[in-house]
Each structure stands twice: as structure tokens, then as C-alpha cells.
Design a protein around this ligand. Sequence first.
Ligand code: NDP
Length: 288
Amino acid sequence: MTATLIDGVAVSRATREGLAARVAALKAAGVTPGLAVIIVGDNPASRVYVRNKVKACGELGMHSALIEYPESVPAAELLARVQALNADPGIHGILVQLPLPAHLDGAAVLEAIDPAKDVDGFHAVNMGALATGLPGFWPCTPAGVMVMLDHYRVPLQGAEAVVVGRSNIVGKPQALMLLARDATVTICTSKTRDLAAHTRRADVLVVATGRPRMVDGSMIKPGAVVMDVGINRLPDGKLCGDVDFDSARQVAGMITPVPGGVGPMTITMLLANTVLSAERAHKAGRKP
Ligand code: NDP
């Protein structure tokens, strides 16, 4: 058996088409969704990410503000800027590109963002909302995985879902999202005793470890849906996931490739959260 490929580029395109219509409706009502992206220092990977986010906003007709600081920026200056953006009615989403330089307290900066504009969904208020089923913003990468699962009509209710990895930005929120859809969820970590025994039970397997190709076909239940969140750069410059794609696709029923799987959905979900934030602000009568 060769697995069906879950095409993140196609799902992303379809999702953005839906968003474009919502942006047009907001603009007709006098509201242009606005995203502020803050970057500190010159980490080359971070620069590429923020450039892509700003470009994606433009393509959808959204407003974006790129705010750049040198590595040496004092914490107080950065926090004051976040506060100003919190109060700016033309900005509906605020994103601080991580990682921040070591002298800055990343958690304090993220917590300074108004939860109503925290379109990355990293604020404790939004994580709490996800855990308790209240409206908020969901972290983009695991939210993108859910959109892909729905796009391919993967049944989740009662399914055995196994998430490998427990980071605050992927594994933990992913497990909560699957739980909210009535899957039976297991979370595995680096301390899990027999990882393969868990992964082999999974109808839906999400892998987010940052360990290249660590889950291979022998660890996958025949017919399972495999969502590979990993993005790893190999010494030869090529990208690979946390799943060994070649062996896994012989066993799985559906699988995401890397690149072209989960990756393209992350920025799309950032745009989706920003549009949602603008819609909420408009509904609440906050004037841009
Ligand atoms: P983190 O390093 O924050 O977390 C990795 C998690 O994997 C930890 O919980 C760790 O366990 C667990 N882990 C590590 N080794 C093993 C192992 N051998 N067995 C079981 N669990 C293990 O990574 P992130 O969650 O931030 O990212 C994970 C991957 O996803 C990376 O490749 C990253 O590049 C990619 N990524 C992709 C995104 C996208 O846009 N598609 C966005 C974000 C991330 P423990 O807690 O015990 O240490």
C-alpha cells in the first residue's frame, strides 16, 4: 500500500481563498485586518520567516507592520512598543518572532501582548482558553494540522490519536485540539519508555520532535494518518521531517510530505487568526 499524500500547499491555497473573501467583506465595512510583526536581531532564519509573513499579508490585501530592533534593544523599549500596539486599533494581531536574544525574557514579552491580539496563540490566557474550550486563538501549527485533517475528512471521534512531542507551541496544544474533537489522546515525550508501542496504536499520529526521521514505517499502524510537523535541514541542505517518509508511506493510509505538508499551513493559520481578530474587533465596535 502507498499512502495518499496530504497536500499542505493545496489545503493552504483553499484556506486562503476563504480568507480572501472575509478580508474583502471586512474592507467593505471599512476595516483592514492588520498584523504587526516584531523581530529582534538578525537571525537569518527568523528574517526569512518574518519576510514570508509580511508577504502573505500583502497577498491577501491585509495591512502589516514590520518592526525591527537590534539585538541590544532594552527590554523596556520592546515592552513599551508591545503596549503601544496593544492600544493601536489598526493592529489586530501582534507577533513577536522567536527566539529572542538571551538578555530578553521571552515569556514576559509574550505575556505583555493583549490576549485579544495574540494571533500566535502563545499567551497563557489563550492556552487556558484552548484547554477549557473557551474562544481564543489557537497556536498556528497545530491548528493547521486540524484544518488538514478536516479537509481530508479524517474521522477523529473515538480515534486513537498519538502526539509525539509536548512543546507549548505544537505538541501540547495539538493534544488539546484532538481531545476537544473526542479523540483518545496519548502524548509521548523523550522520556516515554516504549515509543513504538504507542505509535503503533495510533489511528492518527502527529510527530513534532525535531529529530530527523525518528519515526519509521515499523512504528506505524497500517492505514494510519501520519502528520509530520518536523522541519529538519540535513547536512546536504535538503529538508526532511521527523518521520522517515519513504518507509512510512508504505504503511500509512495518508501522510504529509516534508516539505509541502504541515509547513505551508502555519502562516495560513496566522493570517486566519488575524482575520478572526479583526472580525471580533469589528463586531465589538472597535474603530480602526
Ligand atoms: P521542541 O524541541 O520544543 O519539542 C520537541 C519535543 O519532542 C519535546 O517535547 C521532546 O520531549 C520530544 N522529543 C524529543 N525527542 C524525542 C524522542 N526521541 N521520543 C519522543 N519524544 C521526543 O520542538 P517543537 O515542538 O518546537 O518543534 C518540533 C518540530 O516541529 C521541529 O522539527 C520544528 O522545526 C518543527 N516545527 C515546524 C513548524 C511548522 O511550521 N511546520 C512550526 C513549529 C515547529 P521532552 O519534552 O521530553 O524533551
